[in-house]
Design a protein around this ligand. Structure first.
Ligand SMILES: NC(=O)c1ccc[n+]([C@@H]2O[C@H](COP(=O)([O-])OP(=O)(O)OC[C@H]3O[C@@H](n4cnc5c(N)ncnc54)[C@H](O)[C@@H]3O)[C@@H](O)[C@H]2O)c1
Length: 263
């Protein structure tokens, strides 16, 4: 194997991917497994986690990342099954049905989204940091979004993803002395509806009367790379952040967005 191929080889590494039952999480779990990692797939939906695990010859468990005790148990179980955790991907996130307008966002809806998108990332990082320190290092990948920097889904979601970006930078500094790299992966529009082809045009997909929806629709229409992202494109970026290829990268926010943030 060439030296460059070795840099991307994850043989002997253990990964835990949250929200790995479908969409981007499933693709990231698949890509990490294709690069050689042993993968523990977790999801609030146990059946879908099992499906992914079967496809990639990995393991699975049911996990609601908004429950701190459950997070502690799930990551501890990953450590005891595989002997450690080298790569944590905080992918689980809510967005569909959580948009605005602001008056329509109840306290319960606000808390539900933040408890997954922000609390969940915090709980998983806290437990993984301890496990990785004992292991002598690791890689944490927090899935943020282009919406951390450009409004789109709504005040709750966009704010939560900006929080994830800042948590990533803070933890990158705090954990650098322990050889733990912490980076954010920021997907742009990525088509996750199984069995349905992405629309060629964003027209009719977005509500022109709503400024946020219009902003997203306009950007998708003008996306430099000209097509919706495929989940595996996020998987490839995650392999980069999980591997030796990104040894000197920490505290970064990596847009994988077809040029969205360049617009
Ligand atoms: N699809 C996109 O265009 C896009 C763009 C930017 C960022 N993202 C981010 O990427 C991540 C994955 O998005 P996706 O599009 O694949 O979403 P998705 O809805 O297709 O999949 C999300 C997965 O997370 C699981 N999940 C939900 N709540 C959970 C919880 N409390 N605990 C554990 N698992 C839970 C779901 O069961 C599901 O399997 C999210 O963080 C999302 O915000 C997606």
């Amino acid at each position: 194997m060439s030296k460059a191929a070795n840099w991307i080889n994850l043989n002997g590494k253990v990964a835990h991917v949250t929200g790995g039952g479908k969409g981007i999480g499933r693709a990231i779990a698949t890509a990490l497994s294709m690069a050689g990692a042993k993968v523990m797939v977790s999801d609030i939906n146990e059946e879908s986690a099992e499906e992914t695990a079967i496809e990639i010859d990995g393991s699975y468990l049911q996990l609601d990342v908004s429950n701190s005790e459950a997070v502690y148990s799930a990551l501890s179980e990953t450590e005891s099954v595989f002997g450690g955790i080298d790569i944590l991907v905080n992918n689980a996130g809510l967005y569909e049905g959580y948009g605005g307008p602001i008056e329509s966002i109840s306290d319960e809806k606000w808390r539900a989204l933040w408890s997954v998108n922000v609390d969940g990332v915090f709980y998983c990082c806290r437990t993984a940091a301890d496990i990785m320190k004992r292991r002598g290092g690791g890689k944490i990948i927090n899935v943020s979004s282009t919406q951390a920097r450009t409004p789109g889904v709504g005040v709750s979601y966009d704010g939560s993803k900006a929080a994830v970006e800042m948590m990533t930078k803070t933890l990158a500094l705090e954990l650098a002395p322990f050889n733990i790299n912490v980076n954010a992966l920021a997907p742009g529009p990525t088509w996750v509806r199984d069995g349905e082809a992405p629309p060629v045009s964003a027209q009719n997909q977005f509500n022109n009367e709503d400024p946020l929806s219009r902003a997203v629709g306009n950007r998708i229409e003008r996306l430099p790379l000209g097509h919706w992202g495929d989940p595996m494109e996020q998987g490839k970026a995650a392999v980069f952040l999980a591997s030796e290829m990104s040894a000197f990268v920490t505290g970064a926010y990596l847009p994988c967005d077809g040029g969205w943030l360049a617009l």
